[in-house]
Design a protein around this ligand. Structure first.
Ligand SMILES: [Mn+2]
Length: 314
């Protein structure tokens, strides 16, 4: 049985593909990595001649849906079977469109992509339940941002956003043999943590704290680490009510523990959740130019916009 895998670039995608190989005992002829927005292009460039393609941890990107449906029709017409395992939210119309092409679609939003593979993919060989469950729970804890399993913070750092495909393939080869963790992984993550700690100490000295309507707001400009991690550190360090991660293009991410940052984001034309939200504001050209040399100018401007918005009556 010759088959190809197209999976997401993150740990959920890598582990999901590895688990598929582990459970079936079948090695794929190729593994390709994709994001929802470029899935169509990856499928086209794959020039599939295999009997089957397995798509993992990739949801529908509405702007490319019709192009995707055309490509799937073309693939199935050539006699390539399609299996698809995903945990993102699908609406009924998308499901019907894709299933009508003969795609075997498994969508389950109660778990992560690796969990969907664990639950629904064929089990053709001897499977170690402990390995399967530890991998699934560790990956889900990282992917769903719960961190409720001891492996999650490690797995989260094992596949950084801008890491290369050769590292992903190395991980995939190891995990698909039923190895949950090894010294290579430890070395990789410990280097990664050293890098992270340097990045933290760098931005901690650059946090700017200001007040608006009696609330303490901590600002940080484009940290090299993940915005959520950066924000949780500055909230704790500066005992601020709100953390704002500022980008030079006007993109703002808000995080808080007790304050409703969703309503702030909505007033600025954005949205999100009560404790994690975001918006994009327009930065005047003069501020942009000034902030090229001095980030203070940008932070000052953003603070003026936020305090005006928060302190106004409605
Ligand atoms: Mn996922």
């Amino acid at each position: 049985m010759e088959y190809a895998i197209v999976t997401h670039t993150d740990i959920d995608g890598v582990a999901g593909a590895a688990l598929y190989i582990y459970k079936t005992g079948l090695s794929p002829t190729k593994v390709l990595f994709a994001e929802p927005f470029n899935l169509v292009d990856v499928l086209k460039s794959a020039e599939l001649v295999e009997e089957k393609v397995v798509i993992i941890d990739l949801g529908i990107n509405p702007p490319t849906l019709s192009e995707l449906v055309d490509e799937l029709r073309e693939i199935t017409r050539r006699g390539v079977a399609v299996e698809w395992y995903d945990h993102h939210v699908w609406n009924d119309e998308w499901e019907t469109l894709v299933k009508n092409l003969g795609v075997k679609l498994h969508v389950d939003t109660s778990t992560c992509g690796t969990g969907v593979v664990a639950k629904y993919s064929p089990r053709l060989t001897e499977v170690n339940e402990v390995f399967l469950n530890e991998l699934m729970n560790g990956v889900c804890g990282a992917d769903l941002w719960k961190f409720d399993h001891w492996l999650s913070p490690w797995l989260h750092r094992l596949v950084p956003r801008h890491g290369g495909d050769s590292w992903r393939i190395h991980l995939l080869n190891t995990l698909s043999k039923g190895v949950l963790w090894n010294d290579d992984f430890t070395n990789y993550v410990s280097n990664r943590i050293d890098w992270e700690l340097k990045a933290y100490s760098e931005f901690i000295s650059n946090v700017r704290v200001a007040e608006a309507c009696g609330l303490k707001i901590a600002y940080i400009y484009e940290p090299r680490v993940n915005s959520s991690l950066a924000a949780s550190i500055i909230l704790g360090r500066s005992r601020a009510d709100i953390a704002v991660v500022v980008s030079s293009d006007g993109k703002l991410s808000f995080r808080s523990e007790n304050f409703d940052v969703r309503s702030l984001a909505v007033k600025l034309g954005g949205g999100g959740h009560v404790h994690a939200s975001g918006a994009k504001i327009r930065i005047p050209i003069t501020t942009r130019l000034k902030s090229f040399f001095n980030k203070e100018a940008l932070i000052n401007y953003v603070h003026r916009v936020i305090s005006t918005t928060m302190c106004s009556e409605n």
